[in-house]
Design a binder for this molecule. Sequence first.
Ligand SMILES: [Zn+2]
Length: 117
Amino acid sequence: MTEAALLEKLKESAKSAARSAYCPHSGYAVGAAVLADDGRIFDGCNIENASYSLTVCAERVAIFKAVSAGAKKITALYVYSDSGKPPYPCGACRQVLSEFCDDATIVVSDGKTDMIT
Ligand SMILES: [Zn+2]
């Protein structure tokens, strides 16, 4: 599979995961998908909590699902929200990314534009 085809697959997974977002407090639905070095894809959505600090972002959910399934090296991450506001990873997520996503391709999409880092 080409890199473009893989990124398209990640986008579809992230987009689909965003539909499961639990975001009654912000209304900001985000989905994420990660590609593990063994080829598996894991998705996640943001899960909010009335106690803001217990909220978990979509990318961390996806990474934690991957790690808990034995995939500890992430080669690509796609974060998606069609809210028009790009879902850039927060500080807590960046810390987690630094642990599992060395040299990973990271794409942030606001539903209209994909920003690749
Ligand atoms: Zn975050």
